[in-house]
Design a protein around this ligand. Sequence first.
Ligand code: PLP
Length: 392
Amino acid sequence: MKINQHFDELVPNYLFAEIAKRVRDYQTAHPEKDIIRLGIGDVTLPLAPVVVDAMKKGADDLSKKETFKGYPDYEGYEFVRKAISDYYSSFGAKVDADEILISDGAKSDCGNICDIFSGDNVVLVTDPVYPVYVDSNIMAGRKIIYADCNKENNFKAKPDFSVHADIIYLCSPNNPTGSAYTKEELAEWVKYANENDAVILYDSAYEAFISEELPRSIFMIEGARKCAIEFCSLSKTAGFTGTRCGYTVIPKELERDGHNIYKLWYRRQATKFNGVSWPVQCAAAAVFSAEGQEQIKVNLGYYKENARIISQALDELGIYYTGGKNSPYIWLECPKGMSSWEFFDYLLNEANVVGTPGAGFGKNGEGFFRLTSFGDRDKTIEAVRRIKALLS
Ligand code: PLP
């Protein structure tokens, strides 16, 4: 037998292992130092009370014969999809409940969607990039091309109409750069996708962090229903990183190569996925209730305020950065011309603050650095004080 040879083409991702090692080594050498982690990519605040109540009630239902549930529908329960459809309406995107499929998160769907497309499609990703898009397509043996994000375009790549791609991954607000596309910028990508008969795979995992007048969904853009699939998640929106629930939206009219894309994805999910548990779907629906929306705003507001505190310090220091406003991520240029890893070591050694070297997200990440707002408020304030003292 042979394994999938494309696994040999994966670039080993040592990023987080290397960060952990350097922090461990430093802490061992300096046990008295109080290290603050501003590189954390996971949420830290608990689920909203109304969400927990719904989950408990869901679990209780499973304990009684009359209310017990077995396998859920492949596409998720209708009341959850209806709640999400109403949520889309609240910010002006028309998405029918029948176009939504509930899943265990955006990561699986962003990767698994590869199953429905041919291996000889050309995939375009923006660089720096969330590694899942790249690695899933390397595993499938696809050719990947990169659209550069840099200081010149404020880390928002525009489509190059002279280059052809079949599958385009976009993430806005972006991980790792925090940059968020405007309607006009997204409209260019939609135009490009429709002209190239391509499909946009739009990751909106951070849409809940948008506070300015920016699109929260690709489906707020004219023409997107003919070329886009959207992936979203409750992970960062409502603290579901450990609970696991997301959703994928495929307009019923989206067709390629003589096939209906919704039907293909439904078939794929029905074959390899058996749905999200009843208590979790109850909890997900509670997120979209009026009370749920009020309650999740508390945690989102906490993270956004952390982001504002970090951004303000960078403004005062005159350091270039993107993100921080409509995103939990702050992507900054390393000062004094340092490389990403030089700055990592400098910050660890001199300020005892840990972030994420941008070089780990692609070639355009070199010389940049990611901080996140998912930490504790007091620790964020203290980390910012130390960074300011070091770089002033
Ligand atoms: N998409 C992006 C851009 C992310 O940054 C993350 C998580 O960090 C995910 C998707 C994963 O979402 P989920 O927890 O729903 O799998």
